[in-house]
Design a protein around this ligand. Structure first.
Ligand SMILES: C[S@@+](CC[C@H](N)C(=O)[O-])C[C@H]1O[C@@H](n2cnc3c(N)ncnc32)[C@H](O)[C@@H]1O
Length: 182
């Protein structure tokens, strides 16, 4: 099922609307909420909206903001950056960030055995696709392992800024990051 926007989506969206610029890619676009938000900004020229889930992409193609001559959004099926070439000024990612807990794999939620593995792979691939001066806007949870994410960011030659932290029920915290090349 295509991921219905949740608190993580809305937290990230706020910063996407404010900070996205130039040529943008929304990785793991799902419903397209981040791609649509970015496209509304006058600072954004073009948005690629990619997802590993073919159903998400086929549903996105039917949405109004992906139609017509002046549409800025291009939906594309891709496993992270596999089907994408070129560089982007803004890379958006609301990843699956929860530790894999049972046999029922859910690609919208499972970020790997510990929750941060897909983020690490994303950060590794994103380097080749980020313009100098470009930024990554990403959200994740305390359940992902903040220390591990911070370590991966540093190890891969990035630096980060905490844009916003939001408390959820059951002591879970959400973090919205701006990540740039160090
Ligand atoms: C937490 S949802 C976020 C959806 C939407 N961007 C939002 O903010 O509400 C994660 C999305 O990432 C997609 N996804 C999971 N693994 C992926 C991968 N390897 N490459 C691209 N997209 C992936 C899922 O299909 C899902 O749509």
């Amino acid at each position: 099922m295509v991921y219905e926007p949740q608190e993580d989506s809305y937290l990230l969206l706020k910063h996407v609307k404010e900070l996205a610029f130039g040529k943008v890619i929304d990785v793991g676009t799902g419903s397209g909420i981040q791609a649509e938000g970015a496209a509304m900004s006058p600072n954004v020229n073009q948005v690629y909206a990619v997802d590993i889930d073919e159903k998400a992409i086929s549903e996105l193609k039917k949405k109004e903001f992906c139609q017509g001559e002046n549409c800025k959004v291009t939906p594309l099926h891709s496993d992270l950056f596999a089907n994408v070439s070129g560089k982007f000024d803004t890379i958006i990612f609301n990843p699956p960030y929860l530790p894999f807990e049972d046999d029922d794999k859910d690609t919208s939620l499972d970020g790997g055995e510990q929750g941060h593995e897909l983020i690490e792979e994303f950060l590794n691939q994103a380097k080749k696709h980020l313009t100098p001066g470009g930024l990554i806007l990403m959200v994740f949870s305390s359940r992902t392992g903040k220390e591990e994410v911070d370590k991966a960011i540093k190890k891969q030659g990035y630096k980060h800024e905490l844009l916003e932290q939001k408390s959820l029920a059951f002591f879970e915290e959400l973090y919205a990051y701006r990540i740039t090349i160090a």
